[in-house]
Design a protein around this ligand. Structure first.
Ligand code: XIL
Length: 320
């Protein structure tokens, strides 16, 4: 048994991880990631972002993400797709372009349609809009907001639904700190309602859950937040879970606290019927994005750099 098989036994759809092509020639990594009991769902960590899939206007490139998809698919595992409309990792033709509502809509239409059609039938879900909110729940500044106002959000979902006529791909809004900021969670609830009021399809809300050791809400608090969203008729998932230490190297006590925090997150998904699964944003510290993005923080994953299982791994496994 492993994380994924036990999640499924608990009535959920998956336990997953981010993965990227640079992980392919790491034998220790592959031994774990190809174990279907351990991981059943994979998100390409960077290779489906706009700067990779359409670096120049109208020039699409799917090579890298296709390699991740092929690896996962050939092993009978599922794929979660990430992401379409996002202010970050945008090619300069978008971020530095001069747009009218009409021309930006045309570019978004071409991008969303082409990328989603390439992956038709392959994605469990797409993160259609990513990180549209500030911490206080207001809309984040971006080329999309400046040009189109908040309507870029329902527009993205309308375009995504049109690009998936079979209707089999779950369309998600995805963001971070919804777990810890009720103001930001309020903003995300309003986004769900904005999309629904526009008559567009939204199926889920992704909680990135980039959490910090000792600063993670309790299982009950996390579950209550998830429940505010499922009450609107959408499913929820943890899409990028990691729990970073703020002082390094972590002590044994720090690692015990990290285990408590991981259990709170995974446990809250177990507690909420509409929570479908948990994805960690890499399972080993070797490939974690945390140290380079947040200097001084790290050791955020379930496995050490030496592929040893941490207390957090053992605690999540025991929970399941
Ligand atoms: C991160 C990747 O992990 C890094 O490799 C990359 O340099 C920057 O992006 N929210 C998201 C993810 O939705 O796409 C981000 O991934 C982490 C924060």
């Amino acid at each position: 048994q492993g994380l994924h098989s036990l999640m499924v036994a608990a009535g959920k759809l998956y336990f997953g991880t981010a993965m990227e092509t640079n992980n392919f020639n790491d034998a220790a990594y592959q031994a774990i990631s190809t174990n279907k009991n351990e991981f059943g769902m994979f998100t390409p960590e960077n290779s489906q972002k706009w700067e990779v899939t359409e670096p120049k206007q109208g020039q699409f490139s799917f090579t890298q993400a296709d390699q991740v998809l092929e690896k996962v698919k050939s092993n009978g595992q599922l794929f979660r797709c990430h992401t379409l409309t996002w202010h970050s990792q945008l090619p300069s033709f978008v971020s530095a372009g001069t747009w009218t509502p009409e021309t930006l809509t045309a570019v978004m239409t071409a991008h969303i349609t082409t990328v989603m059609e390439h992956y038709a039938g392959q994605c469990y879900a797409w993160d259609v809009v990513n990180e549209a909110l500030n911490e206080d729940g207001t809309f984040r500044e971006s080329v999309f907001l400046t040009t189109l106002g908040e309507s870029y959000i329902p527009l993205s979902f309308t375009l995504a639904a049109a690009a998936d006529p079979a209707g089999t791909t779950k369309l998600y809004y995805n963001d971070f700190n919804l777990e810890i900021s009720s103001a930001k969670a309020d903003g995300a609830l309003k986004i769900v309602q904005l999309i629904q009021a526009a008559g567009a399809k939204i199926d889920g809300v992704g909680f990135q859950a980039h959490l910090n050791v000792g600063q993670t809400p309790s299982r009950a608090e996390l579950g209550a937040t998830l429940g505010r969203f499922t009450a609107l008729g959408v499913e929820v998932a943890y899409t990028e879970l990691d729990v970073a230490h703020g002082s390094l190297p972590a002590s044994d006590a720090d690692n015990e606290q990290q285990a408590v925090d991981y259990v709170a997150a995974v446990g809250s998904c177990l507690d909420v019927e509409g929570c479908v699964g948990v994805t960690v944003w890499q399972f080993t510290d070797v490939y974690s994005w945390v140290p380079s993005t947040f200097p001084g923080k790290g050791e955020a994953c379930l496995y050490t750099e030496d592929y040893q299982k941490k207390p957090a791994y053992e605690a999540v496994l025991a929970l399941l």
